[in-house]
Design a protein around this ligand. Structure first.
Ligand code: NDP
Length: 258
């Protein structure tokens, strides 16, 4: 096997939810650079169009789908539109996410809880079902879920986020077991603390204490950048990971080891 073609995604179709955001944009551009046709999903169409422009510059077919993943009835038509435009989906990255910085269970409203669980967990279940159905017909596919350090730890600050990211690990393993006979690999990535819009509040003066704690606990001594997740995401989408399933790979500068 030639290592230089092992990671080649030419001819593959990848869907990245939240592909207009910090991490999703990097993954979408990474897949396109590896040769894939890429569809991004996000609510904000201005941001979608910006990333679509960058994808088109790379030169492979690309698509931006304006969609709120919490609108369940719109998921199937969206996946159908992607398939019609780009072809059957080979790679699904469940990356879209929101966080509710409620300060704890006693402060968190049921509405905020539902909205985090709907985006971070229920949409992963629903979209994976749709993608897997088509992947099963072709006996090949890759599903990649985005976990978190809160896949390992609880949080007094963001309990719904932590609940969803914990559940993602078991959902990943469950899908990995069910889909393995169909040659579909399901894995997850647990990013450490990555500089994006979602985490921007932590890097302000108001949350300096938490920021200092993060940097002190991360052996690498810094925040990660979205591009630093691309290598792992391409690995998990490529032939190089055909015998890898049900794993959670940390890309965290060592945060979780102490
Ligand atoms: P961003 O806020 O930069 O991106 C979030 C993305 O999700 C945006 O593209 C947003 O697009 C999309 N999104 C949110 N809600 C919906 C929805 N209902 N329907 C469709 N799209 C939606 O955050 P990150 O890039 O940091 O986060 C990406 C993933 O990585 C998330 O799952 C997050 O939990 C996870 N993560 C992030 C870490 C970090 O340190 N940054 C660490 C660990 C995990 P739009 O608003 O246009 O809908």
């Amino acid at each position: 096997m030639n290592p230089s073609t092992l990671f080649d995604l030419a001819g593959r179709v990848a869907v990245v939810t939240g592909g207009n955001g910090g991490i999703g944009r990097s993954l979408a551009l990474g897949y396109a650079s590896a040769g894939a046709s890429v569809a991004i999903i996000g609510r904000n169409d201005d941001k979608n169009q910006q990333v679509l422009g960058e994808l088109q510059e790379i030169g492979h077919p690309a698509l931006a789908v304006p969609l709120d993943l919490s609108h369940r009835g719109e998921l199937q038509p969206a996946m159908q539109a992607i398939e019609t435009d780009l072809g059957p989906v080979d790679i699904l990255v469940n990356n879209a996410g929101i966080v509710s910085i409620s300060g704890g269970i006693m402060q968190e409203s049921p509405e905020d809880w539902d909205s985090v669980i709907e985006t971070q967990l229920n949409a992963v279940f629903l979209l994976s079902k749709l993608a897997a159905k088509s992947m099963m017909e072709r006996k090949a596919g890759k599903i990649i879920n985005i976990g978190s350090m809160y896949s390992y730890f609880g949080s007094g600050l963001i309990p719904s986020y932590s609940a969803a990211k914990g559940a993602i690990v078991q959902l990943t393993k469950s899908m990995a077991i069910e889909f393995a006979p169909h040659n579909i690999q399901v894995n997850a990535i647990a990013p450490g603390f990555i500089e994006t819009e979602m985490t921007a509040p932590v890097r302000t003066a108001e949350m300096k204490e938490m920021n200092d704690e993060i940097i002190a606990r991360t052996p690498a001594g810094r925040w990660g950048l979205p591009d630093e997740l691309v290598g792992t995401a391409v690995f998990l989408a490529s032939r190089a990971s055909d015998f890898v399933t049900g794993t959670l790979i940390r890309v965290d500068g060592g945060y979780a080891i102490r």
